[in-house]
Ligand binder design. Sequence first.
Ligand code: F6P
Length: 322
Amino acid sequence: MSTKKIAVLTSGGDAPGMNAAVRAVVRTAISFGMEVYAVRHGYNGLLTGEVEKMDLRSVSNIIQRGGTALLTARSPEYNTPAGVKKAADKCREMGIDGVVVVGGDGSFRGARDLTGAGIPCIGIPGTIDNDIACTDYTIGYDTAMNTAMEMIDKIRETTESHDRCNVVEVMGRRCGDIALNTGIAVGAISTLVPEVEYDFEKDVIERIKKAQETGKHHFIVVVAEGIGHVEEICKKIEAATGIESRVTILGHVQRGGSPTVHDRVVASRMGYYAVELLRDGKSNRVLAMKGEDIIDLDITEALDMPRVFDEKLYKISMELSR
Ligand code: F6P
């Protein structure tokens, strides 16, 4: 039997820990006697032939680095049936008979389509947002939350010094998980997430006023990106409470930085598991964390799963911040 040749790519938004996953894929493949290739710039690299053979040393010194050493991109050309066919043909030309894709939902749709065009794919969830329904955890999420927490701890010091309120926007377009957990960790007086409808007067203004009555004089409000209009929220707080208020949008700082232990270990485990699946002839699978376990699911089924928001944790966050 010919040697199995596999490729690995990162796609969509980068996330800390993607490098650890790539390293694990490369080293596992080599230890299983496979040839392994890195594709640069996501699916685009399959179309343009940005593909390079990897050896053990190709992934040295990347486990501790944020971003993705393979680079990433969004590829409008790949997102067409002709693009998918072209990518599959390129894989066949190069003899690549399996691809590991590290990314989010959009990347998994790409993996499902490439599998449909005859190239077996395995997805590894990598995005800071934790917005993939099938898994409890996505690579990069822990690092992003810790970055947001550290930044808000710094903001808190100046906020306290001036008796102010600071409205901090954290990332998460459709998903409030970063906001929820960071809000708890920094003791935000209120946390607004896209999953929970809020009453501005009751959930923000009244909470601040009640805390003022008990002697609190500085406030952090955490707002998920998906809620938007933080400037307006800030102005309304200042007008209703008389507290001088500022806005901070943390933005892409949350996407960078050296991955935490948790992200490096989960990424390493998932990289290993993904190559095991390809070795065993599996295809169209996505990895997911359920508690501390890693499992694999059919990509198509996983993409159809509804996301569940942790309502209980949200309740706890609001109960504790007073
Ligand atoms: O998916 C991760 C994420 O950082 C989101 O939180 C954010 O909405 C989006 O990517 C921003 O993407 P970009 O600036 O790369 O287009």
